[in-house]
Ligand binder design. Sequence first.
Ligand code: ADP
Ligand code: MG
Length: 723
Amino acid sequence: MKHLNEISVGTLSGVGKVKKQAYEKAGVYSILDLLYYFPRAYEDRAHVKLLSETSLDEKCATVLTVATEPRIHNVRRGMSLLKFRAFDDSGVCEITYFNQNYLKEKFPIGSTFRFYGKIERQKSRYLMTSPAADAWVESSPPPPFVSVYRLCEGLSQKQIAQNVRDALSMASVSMPDPLPESVRQEHGLCTIYFALRQIHCPDSYQSLAIAKKRLIFDEFFLFATGLRAEAKQIQKATAPVCASVDIAPLLSLLPYELTSAQKRTIEEISRDLGRTTPMSRIVVGDVGCGKTVCATAAIYIAVKSGYQAALMAPTEILANQHYHDLAPMLEKLGISCALLTSSVTAANKKKIYAAMQSNDSSARLDVVIGTQALLSDGAELAAPGLVITDEQHRFGVNQRALLSEKNKHTHVLVMSATPIPRSLALVMYGDLKMSKIDEMPPGRQRVDTFLVDEGYRARLDAFIKKQVDEGGQVYVVCPAVEEQESESGELDMAAISIFGEEMQTFAIEEFQRKQKPPLKAAIQYADELSQRLEGYSVAFVHGKMKAADKDDVMRRFSLGEIQILVSTTVIEVGVNVPAACLMIVENAERFGLSQLHQLRGRVGRGQKKSYCVLVSGADGKLGENARQRLKTMCTCYNGFEIAEEDLKLRGPGDFLSLSGNSAIRQSGSLEFNLANMCEDADLMSEAFAAANKFIENDPTLETHAPLRAAAERMFCVRGDIIS
Ligand code: ADP
Ligand code: MG
């Protein structure tokens, strides 16, 4: 029998080519995908109110008896109204449907229905327009909840609900439980079928809670077993043993002494490189603590031991900067180095590939620095020894897997400037060992941070001028280039209430964050700013510019030719311009705290006293929670503490999201479907412990095929499995 993962949604009744495409756009390809397309909320129709208890404009359920025969009014051609009155003990309500004359037979006088919809009032009369109506029988009331799905264009709620019901009935006969029975029983969890049915069509709050618990447990368990299985694979592999190389020649080229944290980290790396077990180590440390030099030392050791090294960065700008910083130094040490990004011409790429793959060690390229382009076919190393990824958290797990697959027999070093909270690091990196650089190079200053609103605009302009007049440079960061479309224009409060107050507050804030204030289009902003600051050189860089143009602007900024650089977050990681002393962040409430901390780390790298100004709340109105978050930035200067705070206030999405793309989850970045690492912390530890225990006895997940399939599914890109 075919697995539900192999049966396309297109086989469901009512799903033709167009609807199939609509589903695929939402990341739903198979029946199994659809079963895991959970409702975003539930309408609580069980809580029936009297008409007199309802408040204006509120969606609610009432139980009413039809009092008058439904009448059809033809208002104009193509538009008719069906009207009747219905009552309860507290009042009378006039009910109207548009263009649905066939409903006339549905509402005979004296029949009773549960109506659900928005209640309006006209003098003493209540009105409902097109309410949902379910026949009401006291002894067996209609289902209490109605699921609300994230709308995909081209699909109605009704359509999705119907398809889900069909998928559920398929699952009832052929859905293997991914969780091993022993684990399920030990942790008192319901079956997968029960969980899926209840998450889509809950019978009660209790059963919904039971279902959620099971599904959240699954997410953590699968994630952990998948990662652990990968880690076990790595432990079994072997990597080239590097010699114990004296790094003094490298150190002699540095204009500074290493901090003791850097020395310790390099020692740890060097020890790992000397073993046959592949290194898998993450170096974490606050922005500017000097991780790059540790990576450079690792490269030096690998190359001097006769192997090649690759350094991968998440953005082109950062790859360029690494190349320009490292290449001259490495070349002085007799190490050849090339830059490989997607903007390298095809002809040059070919040359680089050839040098990478060369078996002749004198013609062979020692070090390649680049972006994801390093993962493309053809970019193979003849003698790979070490792979380093910078700012790892920005890559999806999937890319990470790819990288380690491609380089199964190499040492892997990961560097992260986002101080990842411990709980998160554990899940993301599984068995990676950690080196923590908890010390800044001497002489670093604190970047004083202020939170201001639009009222300070004039003073802020004056401050910019003052800084530039004194020889400083300024970054201005705006959230995005174009006006962002809001994802969904609606917020269903009644629906969200089922998830409790905390969720509700979160949802509202998320909603506000998406809605307002309107985004400053960076382009327009740069224009306005250069007009206001006439005589100063203002330039603009954003993610959609051609790489060559971007580089040009960045180069001129680092040479000091440009004084004020307006940008989107492309400068977020890595860039190093010592004269920059002022960082202004517009619409600061739209950034995660860790992101702001990273941005702030771009300044304060030189002698000049540096500042960070967070501008927020265009209309002076900023939610209390949002203000608290931003206030944290003004009092806290430790990246690790900020990260913990951020995780508490916003959940893990910020650390990991690559974009708002809904297909991202499937590609394995760390956005769980239901699970929330803060709210479900207890369940998370329980599931991780269970996963560890299971993996001990069955490292390759062989004893339970559905588990293995589900874990693999969590880490793979979708759409390629089903025709
Ligand atoms: P990050 O950890 O954010 O990647 P970098 O490696 O880019 O930080 O280092 C930031 C800056 O600090 C660079 O200009 C680098 O030359 C400098 N630096 C690194 N280590 C030291 C040190 N021990 N003493 C002084 N400056 C250092
Ligand atoms: Mg760095």
